[in-house]
Design a protein around this ligand. Structure first.
Ligand code: ZN
Ligand code: ZN
Ligand code: ZN
Length: 235
């Protein structure tokens, strides 16, 4: 296979129960056929994440949102000399060169999810009042303009289709929403899939793989909730 490319981009697993929106780099590394799609093969981003219950060392794949370290994973590593998670070949959703929105430069900002699944961003520039209108599958919020909202190593908050869909569905259903931060790395936790439908107290971190952060009450957690506390017209 060709050498993977590192480009500014947003990617997301097509099936996952957690996600990683508060990223510490603008770049993703993988194989892309177009500027956006659902067929990217993205390189694993593995980091040590404690141990399995049986005592075996465990890693977390930030890219594919799954643990590494089962006997099958270790056997694959020994056979291929590549440390890669079981989802390494799964196609992923992606947008390259996404819009990076700096909320501190605009006012009257609205963000919504259209029936066709696109995010609709509308805002007026503070400087000159020009209307910004952007429809995109995914976009990034510049966190340098939002000090205190997320840990200082977060450069941008990626709004992905699964995160936007889960959030709007939870808002419509009246689900108990909040944003729980990881007890180990402080990154905001995102629930997806079945976890976004059923409030719970124990959360597993999409950034570092720590799986024992507890919220005070049973909630569905998403960093989009914290953005909405500041920007009431979002979603
Ligand atoms: Zn992986
Ligand atoms: Zn959770
Ligand atoms: Zn964490």
């Amino acid at each position: 296979m060709a050498t993977p490319l590192s480009l500014p981009g947003i990617c997301w697993p097509l099936q996952a129960s957690t996600g990683h929106l508060a990223v510490t780099t603008q770049h993703i590394t993988g194989h892309f056929r177009a500027g956006a799609g659902e067929d990217a093969i993205i390189v694993c981003d593995l980091l040590p994440a404690g141990k399995f219950r049986n005592g075996a060392a465990r890693h977390w794949c930030r890219t594919h949102q799954c643990y590494w370290g089962t006997q099958a994973d270790v056997a694959d590593w020994q056979a291929t000399r590549q440390m890669r998670c079981r989802q390494h070949a799964s196609p992923m959703g992606y947008v390259l060169y996404p819009a990076l929105f700096d909320p501190s430069q605009f006012h009257a900002t609205t963000l919504s999810l259209a029936p066709d699944g696109l995010l609709q961003l509308r805002a007026r520039a503070d400087d000159g009042g020009a209307l910004l209108a952007r429809d995109a599958a995914a976009l990034a919020i510049d966190c340098r303009a939002l000090p205190g909202l997320f840990p200082p190593d977060v450069v941008q908050l990626n709004i992905t289709p699964p995160a936007a869909q889960a959030f709007t569905a939870a808002l419509q259903a009246g689900t108990s929403l909040d944003c729980s931060d990881c007890a180990r790395c402080g990154h905001p936790h995102l629930d997806l899939g079945s976890f976004a439908l059923a409030p719970h107290r124990r959360h597993s971190c999409g950034h570092c793989g720590h799986d024992a952060s507890h919220s005070a009450t049973a909630i569905v957690s998403t960093p989009l909730w914290r953005l909405r506390q500041r920007y009431a017209q979002w979603f």
